[in-house]
Write a protein that binds this ligand. Structure first.
Ligand SMILES: Nc1ncnc2c1ncn2[C@@H]1O[C@H](COP(=O)(O)OP(=O)(O)O)[C@@H](O)[C@H]1O
Ligand SMILES: [Mg+2]
Length: 431
């Protein structure tokens, strides 16, 4: 439940997490274990040493005759680096209750047998210890370094610094590993939209290169198959045109009879079919996409139909700009609207815009297509029973072409039930 949204989605983020998290955790645990022990020991040794020196001085001062004191203090200062001052007895006040250096304090308390105070002074650079004697106060100053080790901070900052440095290097290297995967994904995506990506080269780690090479081989095989198929269909259609033209000429010279009229109709229908085959073969034919006002294009297409007295209406029209292969796009619209007029009655076209896509909806008031047949009609040459009896019907390539074109734009085309009871064709384009 948790995690699903928190965990990174990308390979980069995941790899980083898998590699970095354990490393950081191990470092933290190790540092903690090491320092909690090390730190305790160091503090104890330092407290013992410093308190020992101070206790030694006070016991010497107590037992030795006063004439030796000055000399003794001088020697002590020299040997230990602790500055010693003698101040009047009333300079002592045990009032500041600082909590610093508990270990050191405890040690002094158990050995000194005299009132004392400990505090930090001079911005924490020095420790001041005052010890009360009967006739004067001893004031001892020593650097804080005698009780506090700096190694923790230094070690930790080294650890952090080096970790960050290596992390940055790891991130850079990882980036370079992810890039070829992204490029492969983009090439596959382009291929899906019918665009070739000629400058795509396998790169990166061995596995990625292998996948990229497999992709290139697959792509070339598909291209080859498509080319063979379309070339065959194109040459058949093309070759059929010549005898058909001859037949038309001969029919024109025939006397006007019912038989001749029927033959003429058949020839015309064959011509129409061949035109459709050729359209299909041409596909969207490497046309370049250009930024186009989709709403204006749609209005234009609808206007063409109205001029031919077809019952087509433009219902809604959002302003949409998109990269479009204009003549292919027109062909798609014609195929869908032709269907609506042929198999339905009235046709209504609308263009609606959403956040990251737009939709062209083509509704009619015909019979519609039953749910289970809605995928079937997109297959080449597939027509439903009812349309086989219609003389004017096509060869079953219209929706196939329309889908090819929609997909060549990175979009999709699906069938639905229209609110007007007929069929709704939904063409969706990413923006
Ligand atoms: N608007 C529609 N209403 C009902 N049936 C339709 C509609 N559009 C298409 N069809 C069905 O889908 C089949 C395939 O359409 P299409 O690919 O355009 O081929 P064609 O129009 O050449 O028959 C048509 O034969 C028809 O049976
Ligand atoms: Mg059609």
């Amino acid at each position: 439940m948790i995690g699903k949204n928190i965990l990174p989605k990308g390979l980069f983020g995941r790899a980083l997490l898998i590699l970095v998290l354990p490393t950081v955790l191990i470092q933290m645990v190790m540092a903690y274990i090491f320092f909690s022990r090390h730190w305790d020991n160091v503090t104890r040794y330092m407290s013992h040493a410093l308190s020992g020196e101070m206790v030694f001085l006070t016991s010497q001062l107590r037992t030795m005759p006063p004439e030796y004191h000055t000399r003794m203090i001088a020697d002590f200062e020299m040997a230990t680096g602790i500055a010693v001052f003698r101040e009047p007895a009333n300079a002592f006040s045990g009032s500041f209750a600082s909590q610093d250096f508990p270990e050191f304090r405890a040690r002094l308390a158990s050995l000194l047998h005299a009132p004392f105070t400990v505090r930090r002074i001079s911005d924490d650079a020095l420790i001041e210890v005052r010890i009360a004697f009967d006739d004067y106060t001893l004031r001892l100053l020593v650097t804080v370094k005698r009780l506090e080790s700096r190694t923790t901070i230094i070690y930790l900052s080294w650890m952090m610094g080096v970790s960050v440095l290596f992390l940055i290097i790891a991130v850079l290297f990882l980036r370079n590993q992810i890039r070829p995967i992204n490029r492969l994904a983009e090439a596959a995506d382009d291929f899906g939209r019918g665009m070739d990506s000629p400058d795509f080269r396998p790169g990166g780690a061995r596995e990625v290169r292998k996948a990229a090479r497999a992709f290139i081989v697959m792509k070339e095989r598909i291209f080859r198959q498509v080319r063979t198929r379309t070339e065959m269909l194109a040459s058949i259609s093309h070759d059929l045109r010549t005898p058909l033209t001859r037949m038309k000429l001969q029919l024109a010279m025939l006397a006007d009879s019912d038989a001749a009229r029927e033959l003429k109709d058949d020839v015309q229908q064959m011509e129409h079919m061949i035109q459709e085959y050729l359209d299909f073969v041409r596909g969207e034919g490497g046309e370049e996409a250009s930024q186009t006002a989709l709403d204006a294009l749609l209005a234009d297409v609808v206007e063409d139909y109205r001029r031919l007295k077809a019952d087509v209406r433009l219902a809604a029209r959002a302003p949409v700009q998109a990269a479009i292969k204009v003549s292919a796009f027109r062909r798609m619209l014609h195929n869908v609207i032709d269907n609506a007029l042929r198999y339905g009655k009235r046709c209504e076209v609308s263009l609606v815009k959403s956040v990251n896509y737009c939709e062209i909806l083509v509704d009619d008031e015909g019979e519609g297509i039953p749910q289970e047949k809605r995928e079937e009609v997109f297959r080449p040459f597939s027509r439903l029973d009812a349309s086989r009896n219609l003389k004017s019907a096509g060869v079953g390539l219209g929706l196939t072409i329309a889908r090819d074109i929609a997909q060549a734009h990175g979009g999709s085309i699906t069938l639905d039930t229209s609110p007007k009871a007929g069929l709704r064709v939904r063409i969706r384009l990413p923006l």
